[in-house]
Write a protein that binds this ligand. Structure first.
Ligand code: TEU
Ligand code: CA
Length: 536
């Protein structure tokens, strides 16, 4: 049996609101994306994951959907969406849509109907519990802070919302609801899309009365049903967003015999720079050795069954070069981090602007913050923590860092109008135009990494082995496939380091340092090299 296309693919995530505006209203749109397809082709990616562009009142920037079968006016029309799919396919680029079915917007027709009364057929599409105004059903909290229950006076009932109160949770126990979702998925699949990224999919089996949200008992049965009703027999990829996945759970989703999802996003490597057992706002320095242990664990555990997704960034996460790299050595550390990720086994994801080495953007006042999660965090903590600590946390971890518009040129190039969110002021020097001009730019480095994956099955299928798992700053690992071995040698420190590893290498396939040599016993500060080893 031949391997599925998505094992060899590199996926590029677009946050449409911030990618390219085409009509001067300051908001990115479908035509803007079409305009930039040649840029993505040049980078070399195989598929695009589009964050939601469906109709939405934007309480959570599109992750609150009021109509799954139409586009939000600010992004364009369904016909333009069809044109985007066609144009992308014409360039051999596949389109993955975001699927947000744990919750809808409170403006969705189903929820409006549900509010009309307990005997309305849509009432049971959502999760309701009895209660009185001052007594919520239980102490479940929203991911964004505060109670997960919202009281509706007229009904004398609470509805569940695991995110903002404008995002009521759907009740997956309702069979009619499930089939409406499957019909909607088939609508998009029939339109020609190539798969789904499934938002917080591990929450759909929730049992709120038992305080179970992620990984509820019915999660896997629902996903198997979904597969049978929608995905089966289609050549598509699916990736589930699963914050609660362990390797065991990931194999339940993505194992060959499971028929649920192609792969999942797990976030264990994204939760290392926070105090243990606390949320992301409790900042703590990253221990590089812990990062390696987590990456190694996932490489090893999913070596034979299941499939990894590889990512540093998305629209919820801070910029990786600011986070795990060194802004003083921006180009070098951006390339180093890219090397680590793209040389591992799994499907790599690039989040828009990562290929330019974009950095975080600091704010000095909460009024500059758009992100609803950051704002709710601030409101809840400012009295306790004080303004300075709250802003420090938001600057390090807030979601606006990823969501600032793409810097295309030294003049910005995102919009001719006023952008919905300010660009990082460093756009005058850090932008796509500049990256395309410079032969050794971060963009061209990503291009090379993608090319290596496309040209060598070793990168896709090769076995992984960490040679120095306990070293505090070196990451030296091999990939081997059909008698060939590559060595990936990275020094995540600002000093020259003796590796103690003397390997017979034949060729440098890629490096972020002009002075890299075939001597593997020392590495320069922040050096990253990919070597082909001599045959045994
Ligand atoms: O994210 C799920 C989620 O739990 C995030 O809110 C995450 O905890 C946090 O942002 C980490 O910084 C998904 C989407 O990716 C996110 O944009 C949505 O806000 C959320 O679901 C609700 O749909
Ligand atoms: Ca626009």
């Amino acid at each position: 049996m031949s391997e599925p296309w998505w094992k060899k693919a590199v996926v590029y995530q677009i946050y449409p609101r911030s990618f390219q505006d085409s009509n001067g209203d300051g908001i990115g749109d479908i035509k803007g994306i079409i305009h930039r397809l040649p840029y993505l082709k040049r980078l070399g990616i195989d598929a695009i994951w589009l964050s939601p562009m469906y109709r939405s009142p934007n309480y959570d920037n599109g992750y609150d959907i009021s109509d799954y079968r139409d586009m939000n006016d600010e992004y364009g029309t369904l016909d333009e969406m069809r044109a985007l799919i066609d144009n992308a396919h014409h360039l051999n680029i596949r389109i993955i849509m975001d699927l947000v079915v744990n919750h809808t917007s409170f403006e969705h027709r189903w929820f409006k109907e549900a509010l009309k009364g307990k005997d309305n057929p849509y009432h049971d599409y959502y999760v309701w519990r009895d209660g009185s105004k001052d007594k919520a059903p239980n102490n479940l909290t929203s991911v964004f802070g505060g109670s997960a229950w919202e009281y509706v006076d007229e009904l004398g009932e609470y509805y569940l919302h695991l995110f903002t109160k404008e995002q009521p949770d759907l009740n997956w126990e309702n069979e009619a609801l499930r089939h409406e979702i499957y019909d909607m998925m088939n609508f998009w699949l029939d339109l020609g899309i190539d798969g789904f990224r499934m938002d917080v999919i591990d929450l759909i089996g929730k049992e709120p009365d038992r305080n179970i949200t992620a990984n509820g008992p019915m999660l896997h049965p629902y996903l198997k049903e979904m597969y049978n009703e929608t995905l089966k027999g289609r050549d598509v990829m699916t990736v589930g967003e699963t914050w609660g996945a362990t390797p065991e759970i990931a194999k339940q989703f993505s194992g060959k015999e499971e028929h649920e999802l192609s792969m999942v996003f797990q976030f264990e490597h994204m939760e290392l720079d926070q105090e243990k057992g606390k949320d992301k706002w409790h900042l703590a320095p990253l221990q590089f050795v812990e990062l390696k242990h987590v990456l190694d664990k996932w490489q090893t555990e999913l070596a034979d069954d299941g499939w990894n997704s590889l990512f540093w960034n998305n629209h919820d996460l801070p910029r990786i070069v600011s986070r795990f790299g060194d802004e003083q050595e921006r180009e070098k550390t951006a390339k180093l981090l890219a090397t680590i990720l793209h040389m591992q086994k799994g499907t790599p994801y690039i989040y828009q602007g990562e290929e330019l080495g974009l950095t975080n953007t600091a704010v000095t006042n909460i009024e500059e913050v758009n992100d609803v999660e950051s704002r709710q965090f601030y409101d809840e903590h400012v009295n306790d923590w004080g303004e300075a600590r709250c802003l420090e946390a938001i600057n390090a971890k807030g979601r606006d860092n990823a969501r600032r518009p793409m810097p295309w040129t030294k003049d910005g190039g995102f919009t001719t109008g006023r952008p919905w969110l300010a660009l990082n002021p460093n756009y005058t020097t850090i932008n796509a135009e500049h990256n395309l001009e410079e032969a050794d730019s971060i963009f061209h480095y990503y291009q090379s990494l993608i090319r290596l994956r496309h040209q060598h099955d070793l990168v896709v299928y090769g076995d992984f082995c960490d040679l120095l798992p306990e070293h505090p700053s070196l990451y030296m690992f091999t990939r081997s496939y059909q008698g060939e071995t590559w060595l990936v040698a990275c020094n995540m420190s600002n000093e020259q380091v003796e590796t103690g590893i003397d390997m017979k290498v034949e060729e440098i396939l890629l490096s972020n340092d002009k002075s890299s040599s075939l001597d593997t016993t020392t590495l320069n500060p922040y050096e990253a090299v990919v070597y082909r080893c001599q045959d045994e």
